[in-house]
Design a protein around this ligand. Structure first.
Ligand code: M1P
Length: 255
């Protein structure tokens, strides 16, 4: 099936299946397996498929493949703030336009001061990553290696570095209308309230899908899949690994 096969040629053209990336299609931060790629290819003959991840498109290309825009009908990076339908970019919003330079400046100055004043065993680089639809804040820094990521994750679990910092930000900026989401190992995302993964659904509103399935591993309250998993517009599937995703897909679509 070519990347541009019209939706009307699918077995169930009115069904959309959306997937979180980390922990759902791939192990956290790692690459997709051949098995998952093959299942998605077969699934795409039956339904319309898309991914919705918190990371930016560059990271998703590393994890899902450089041809990710050909593999999926919808590609939603940064929760859908960057969006593609069958390889064509859809209109997107930006965090900086929404928040404004002045408030953004105050936020980043607070974050950098806060990070400079906490005790951490290791620091690397890129503590604030400026993205189109959000910022990503990492106490150890986004340049941490895989081993350093794993170390930080354990340290954070024991010392609540990220959770404490999020509380400090909420206290300092109560009127900013921001949501803080701890979705990965070493960082948290900061974005306008409402710009969680449900944001991507506005891109498919006009398509009249009858069923929108969503698969995610962080579907519990506080996880970054929670809002879209719970949303009345979706049929949520909580999974605990890519294998679990494949198992449920087989039950639902390949019997
Ligand atoms: O997709 C989940 C998260 O993955 C990364 O988190 P971390 O680097 O902390 O493991 C980030 O890209 C983050 O934005 C994203 O939500």
């Amino acid at each position: 099936m070519s990347a541009a096969t019209p939706f009307s040629e699918r077995e169930h053209p009115d069904t959309l299946v959306l997937f979180d990336v980390d922990g759902t299609l791939t192990p956290a931060r790692l690459q997709v397996s051949d098995e998952v790629r093959d299942v998605l290819k077969e699934l795409r003959k039956k339904v319309v498929i898309g991914f919705v991840g918190g990371s930016d498109l560059a990271k998703q290309k590393e994890q899902l493949g450089a041809d990710v825009l050909d593999q999926f009908d919808y590609a939603f990076s940064e929760n859908g703030l960057t969006a593609y339908k069958q390889g064509k970019e859809l209109a997107s919003q930006s965090f900086i336009n929404w928040i404004g330079e002045d408030k953004y400046n105050k936020l980043v100055v607070f974050i950098l001061r806060y990070l400079a004043n906490i005790e951490l065993p290791k620091r690397r680089g890129t503590f604030v990553e400026f993205r189109n639809g959000m910022i990503n804040v990492s106490p150890i820094g986004r340049n941490a290696s895989t081993a350093e990521r794993n170390e930080f994750e354990k340290f954070d679990l024991a010392n609540k570095i990220r959770a404490t910092m999020v509380e400090a930000l909420k206290k300092e900026f109560p009127d900013y209308g921001l949501t803080y989401s701890i979705g990965g190992q070493i960082s948290f995302d900061v974005f306008p309230t409402g710009w969680d993964k449900t944001y991507c659904l506005r891109h498919v509103e006009g398509e009249n899908f009858k069923n929108i399935h969503f698969f995610g591993d962080k579907s519990y309250k506080g996880g970054n899949d929670y809002e879209i998993y719970e949303d009345p517009r979706t049929i949520g599937h909580a999974v605990n690994s890519p294998d679990d995703t494949v198992r449920i897909l087989k039950e639902l679509f390949f019997q």
